[in-house]
Design a protein around this ligand. Structure first.
Ligand code: KIV
Ligand code: ZN
Length: 541
């Protein structure tokens, strides 16, 4: 049986696989804010990125390693293809962390060997040995993944796994890269590894899986029953294509059904010891932060974190819930941090009350950012009598989004005129490195007029593919959160903003998306799985 850490380790890959979602790219400050929140959530390992992809990715992993990778903090991990350049970059990036891991991978399925890698099984076996040993020359904690394990010949994969462990891998990850497996098959894959790999007792078995058939969470839970002790997952299930297994669903399944899973971990069914180290009360806040910063909205009926997950609309349900919540509820909303939307602060609240509340909510801002957020709070409190925690979260997450080092465009002013019998007209002023410029445009509605005017000023070709508005809280004075997604040369870029004036929020979200587009086009990072492996380098260490 594989090495057993005594509980289920949660490996969060929101910042690596999650960031591979179309349009979800994050800047350095956003990644850091998410990593800090993941640490508060209590994940065991944060996969902070793919350092070889670009200087920006390297810097983000390094910064997270130095700020979040403290003695009592999570392990900070970076991804590296099985090639020396990738592994060296990864080792340098995670070096500042007290607990650091290199995660290296190579495909083991025949379809990937033949068409992607153009290598024989013997080549891949040799590369695995060499590259795992090379990674071990930098760190004690090395994870090895058999990419496309779900479609690999098990006998060959067992040989590769045994070689990786012999070369020093301490975690063996089994990815269902294309989301093809069913729960029984995936469970059997893990059971087979435990039966057939002679040195598997020296490594923790991990699973990673995509949700193409909507089965990722079910597959992982089956894997736990057969000895998997690390789950690779993302907040809100974001990730390549249909996404990854969702952290909140896995953690809450293991929490709510603890007595079912306990015996598979050798515990008495009624043991109250948690199966993961996650602080479930942080789940809702983490979900909102990731959704706001990636621009990836959470579907209302999403388990655990969807807007309807704890709503009881139908009369019969409400009647039952009022008599006894257990009639229709398996989770108390407070367990996932969904407290009643507390009224936090008002117009007369001062800076220190503001800062204290933000700290209670888990946000620690540097002086300048605090000043700007406080100014926004005051502006909001002037318009809205009571400012709730959700409002504060919206202000702060937008603030984090603004923190890019060099922002090409800054929105200065927006004015619209529209109404019955009028042509919707917008006048906008934007500041660039060349100074301020203004223009006016008409559109089919006020938001369209604003976007037309911004496009005319900024002259960055793009196609608007998504525009959504939702209110942050209830009530007529609520702030509106706008998410915009733009496409340019097949790549998606998102922008997000919140304001009591939704036209202003739309303008700011549009400018945020355009800034990402311009900065992102300069960046062009490598895709870890789709970029060709540097062939000449894979053996020469
Ligand atoms: O889906 C996958 O196979 C991956 C690996 C790099 C672990 O993301
Ligand atoms: Zn993946």
């Amino acid at each position: 049986m594989a090495r057993d850490p005594g509980r289920v380790l949660i490996f969060d890959t929101t910042l690596r696989d999650g960031e591979q979602s179309p349009g979800a790219s994050l800047n350095l400050d956003e990644k850091l804010a998410i990593a800090q929140q993941l640490a508060r959530l209590g994940v065991d390992i944060i996969e902070a990125g793919f350092p070889f992809a670009s200087t920006g990715d390297f810097n983000a992993v390094q910064r997270i390693a130095s700020i979040v990778g403290t003695e009592h903090g999570p392990t900070i991990c970076g991804l590296a293809r099985a090639a020396p350049g990738d592994i060296k970059a990864c080792a340098d990036a995670v070096a500042p962390a007290a607990h650091r891991r290199i995660h290296t991978f190579i495909a083991t399925s025949d379809i990937h060997l033949e068409h992607k890698l153009r290598k024989t099984r013997a080549d891949v076996l040799a590369i695995t040995r060499d590259m795992v040993a090379y990674a071990r020359s930098f760190v004690d904690d090395v994870e090895f993944s058999c990419e496309d394990a779900g479609r690999s010949d098990p006998a060959y994969m067992h040989e590769v796994i045994a070689a990786a462990i012999e070369a020093g891998a301490t975690t063996i990850n089994i990815p269902d890269t294309v989301g093809y497996a069913t729960p029984a098959e995936f469970g059997e894959l893990i059971a087979g590894i435990n039966r057939a790999v002679p040195n598997i007792d020296q490594a923790v078995i991990s699973v990673h899986g995509h949700n193409d058939l909507g089965l990722a969470v079910a597959n992982f839970l089956e894997a736990v029953k057969h000895g998997a002790r690390q789950l690779e997952c993302t907040i809100n299930g974001i990730g390549e294509r249909a996404g990854n297994a969702s952290l909140e669903e896995l953690v809450m399944a293991l929490h709510v059904r603890r007595s079912y899973f306990n015996p598979f971990l050798g515990r008495p069914a009624d043991s109250a010891e948690p199966l993961t180290a996650v602080r479930t009360e942080e789940i809702t806040k983490t979900s909102r932060l990731v959704s706001n910063l990636t621009g990836m909205a959470v579907q209302p009926n999403k388990a655990i974190v969807g807007a309807n997950a704890f709503a009881h609309e139908s009369g019969i349900h409400q009647d039952g819930v009022l008599k006894n919540r257990l009639t229709y509820e398996i989770i108390d909303a407070r367990t996932v941090g969904l407290a009643d939307n507390r009224i936090s602060l008002g117009k007369l609240s001062g800076r220190s009350a503001f800062r204290a509340r933000l700290e209670e909510l888990g946000y620690r801002l540097e002086r300048n950012d605090l000043d700007e957020s406080f100014a926004r709070f005051k502006e909001l409190a002037d318009r809205k009598r009571e400012v709730s925690d959700r409002d504060l979260e919206a202000i702060v997450s937008e603030q984090v989004q603004q923190l890019q080092d060099e922002v090409p465009f800054v929105l200065k002013r927006v004015q619209v005129s529209c109404g019955t019998g009028l042509l919707p007209t917008a006048t906008v002023t934007v500041e660039t490195a060349d100074g301020e410029a203004s223009t006016a445009s008409i559109g089919t509605g006020p938001v369209d007029a604003v976007c037309q005017a911004l496009n005319a000023l900024m002259d960055v070709p793009n196609e608007l593919v998504e525009f959504s508005v939702k209110s942050v809280t209830e009530g007529i004075d609520a702030m509106g959160e706008v998410t915009i997604r733009l496409r340019s040369e097949g790549v998606l870029y998102s922008g997000h903003a919140a304001n009591t004036d939704i036209v202003v929020a739309a303008a700011q979200a549009f400018v945020n998306a355009l800034n990402r587009l311009v900065v992102g086009e300069r960046r062009q990072p490598l895709h870890p799985q789709k970029a060709p492996l540097p062939l000449a380098e894979t053996r020469a260490v």
